[in-house]
Design a protein around this ligand. Structure first.
Ligand code: ATP
Ligand code: MG
Ligand code: MG
Length: 349
């Protein structure tokens, strides 16, 4: 990729006989391979080593992960101030590409689970959001799209200067803006409208996922936990009280999978929020008639209803808008306003 300033040295050192990293325990498993907690005998420190599956496609993508992360670490965040995981080393071991990272803590999904999926206190939502946003600004400056932002890919960082800190990990699906290759990206609950609908995408898709994460940190459950892409889209329309703008629907490749062209009742006028739109979302019956198999019913029906209601009447805290203390009410209003700007159908906004 000629745009990348940092080139990966493909003549990787083969460390077959090296005993630098001693495996202690398994930390996690993902699509790309396994992550092991290791003792680094050279620096006397724990590190996290991601061992990539030894298949060409995974290897290629992992080379991308190494390239983009070294670009971010070295050129855009040399002083480790922007909440992006540090890559410490990479090497080939028995035909597996391995990447050593600084050792971090639990991921945010594990944290939410530990909290019985009831959401975090507003002060943590605020701190973590600010830090993730900091990382996203750096990524935008670098022209890098993460493409897989989700709670599982945000980890608690114990040694961040502030008391509570997080870092963004897993650049295994990342790409350069303007050099996008794949159309099937992002994890379903966090998938942006432009990716769902098949429209050219930018770093704005990470902003969408970020909005989903911020909401989830507060309410404890995913904002759009759709059992299918259609289900995700229906939940977006219900929660946001509108649908993607006609310009996007007209240009997107997959619009016909979810919408029926009905022709605008106000030809030439600007369709807003589905009113006067030339497109109507298909009904469940229409979808069922098209698909051989009925989409699976989701495990979660919550959350449902409008975004502001969701934030104000999150059931766990057993409060309603009326009996919320004034400061909390102001916090919730600010959160809704913030979320509105993030989960915005129009990527240009
Ligand atoms: P995905 O399926 O999301 O694409 P992946 O195969 O790309 O996953 P990662 O997300 O990089 O792999 O890592 C998988 C899991 O391993 C993470 O969700 C996290 O729980 C754990 N993990 C990864 N890196 C670290 C780290 N530096 N410190 C501690 N745990 C880590
Ligand atoms: Mg991951
Ligand atoms: Mg990944």
């Amino acid at each position: 990729n000629s745009d990348l300033i940092i080139y990966v040295n493909l003549e990787l050192v083969n460390r077959k006989s090296n005993r630098r990293y001693v495996v202690q325990e398994m930390l996690g498993q993902g699509t790309f391979g396994q992550v092991a907690k290791c003792w680094d005998a050279e620096t006397n420190n724990y590190v996290a080593v991601k061992v990539i599956k030894n298949q060409p496609a995974f290897y290629q993508q992992a080379i991308m992960e190494v390239s983009l992360l070294s670009l971010l670490n070295e050129k855009f965040d040399p002083d480790d101030q922007h909440h992006i995981v540090r890559m410490l080393d990479f090497f080939l071991y028995q035909n597996h590409l391995c990447i050593a990272f600084e050792m971090l803590g639990q991921n945010l999904y594990e944290l939410l689970k530990r909290n019985s999926l009831r959401g975090l206190q507003m002060k943590y939502v605020r701190t973590f959001s600010r830090q993730i946003l900091d990382a996203l600004i750096v990524m935008k400056d670098a022209g890098i799209i993460h493409c897989d932002l989700k709670p599982e890919n945000i980890l608690i960082a114990a040694n961040v200067k502030t008391a509570a800190g997080v870092k963004v990990i897993d650049f295994g699906s990342a790409c350069m803006e303007g050099k996008t290759i794949y159309s099937y990206i992002q994890s379903r609950y966090y998938r942006s409208p432009e990716v769902l609908l098949g429209y050219p995408y930018t770093t704005a898709i990470d902003m969408w996922s970020f909005g989903c994460i911020v909401a989830e940190l507060f309410i404890g459950l995913p904002l759009f936990p759709g059992a299918s892409e259609y289900d995700v889209l229906c939940r977006m329309i219900e929660i946001l009280g509108g649908q993607p703008p006609d310009d996007l629907l007209r240009e997107a490749k997959n619009t016909g999978r979810f919408f029926k062209h009905v022709g605008s009742i106000y030809p030439g006028s600007e369709a807003r929020n589905g009113i006067g739109s030339a497109y109507r979302i298909l009904s469940e019956d229409e979808i069922e008639a098209r698909e051989s198999k009925r989409p699976k019913v989701g495990r979660w029906y919550f959350p449902r209803g409008r975004l502001d209601r969701l934030i104000f009447t999150y059931p766990w805290k057993n409060l309603s808008e009326e009996n919320l203390p004034e400061t909390e009410k102001a916090d919730c209003l600010a959160l809704v306003d913030f979320l509105r700007g993030l989960v915005e159908f129009d990527p240009n906004k």
